[in-house]
Design a protein around this ligand. Structure first.
Ligand SMILES: [Zn+2]
Length: 216
């Protein structure tokens, strides 16, 4: 048992301590408290003193509501998702943008609905997290619902490999399809190209059965 400290009348965050209210399962003091919003509840004394219990939950609810309002209005301009949306528009429309040549310059557009921030937020907001970046599933496709998802930087790098086409003898295929055609292990092929830096021709032919290559 811990030494008894009278907390009656003290304030901790939004709690005001009313009176002692027994002990918890480990023998530590509980205190009946009243939150500024009127809720009364027994709270562990050590949590009050540590500052880890500061309200009945109304404080967090208010913060979340405030964040929700911020997302919905001009405060949005401060947030990361807004910058992602703006960057997407710039890459696809502004020839002065450093990466325009890879986006707008290749005919990639932002769909009508996402020209408006609200449309973008409605579709992509619910699955957004601060560690994610926007990725197009078909790299030649537009920024539009159905062709975009949130991915970590590592996932993006991996997916780019999975969708990159390699041309050989007039055919353009992704690594997985080349592996099937040539009866090779896709991992071997990936290593040859990305890890060892082999030319596409060498990666696709070395050790491959001649009859497979003859069919190409
Ligand atoms: Zn409260």
């Amino acid at each position: 048992m811990t030494a008894k400290v009278d907390l009656t009348g003290q304030r901790f965050g939004r709690w005001t301590v009313l009176e002692e209210d027994g002990r918890d399962e480990r023998g530590r003091a509980l205190w009946l408290c009243r939150c500024d919003c009127g809720t009364e509840r027994a709270v562990k004394g050590w949590r009050l003193r540590e500052g880890t219990n500061r309200s009945c939950g109304c404080l967090r609810r208010e913060k979340n509501a405030a964040r929700g309002r911020k997302m919905a209005t001009h405060g949005m301009s401060q947030t990361r998702i807004y910058n992602i949306w703006k960057g997407m528009l710039q890459r696809t429309t502004d020839p002065k943008s450093a990466s325009y040549q890879h986006y707008g310059g290749r005919g990639i557009k932002v769909c009508e609905r996402w020209q408006n921030l609200d449309g973008f937020l409605a579709d992509m907001g619910p699955t957004y997290a601060d560690n994610l970046t926007i990725e197009r599933i078909d790299v030649d496709g537009d920024y539009a619902p159905g062709n975009c998802r949130w991915a970590t930087v590592a996932e993006q790098a991996r997916n780019k490999r999975n969708t990159r086409l390699f041309e050989f003898r007039g055919q353009s295929l992704v690594i997985a399809d080349w592996a099937k055609v040539l009866n090779m292990n896709a991992k071997t092929l990936t290593s040859r190209i990305y890890l060892y830096g082999w030319s596409v021709e060498r990666a696709l032919t070395e050790g491959v059965a001649p009859e497979r290559l003859a069919d190409l």
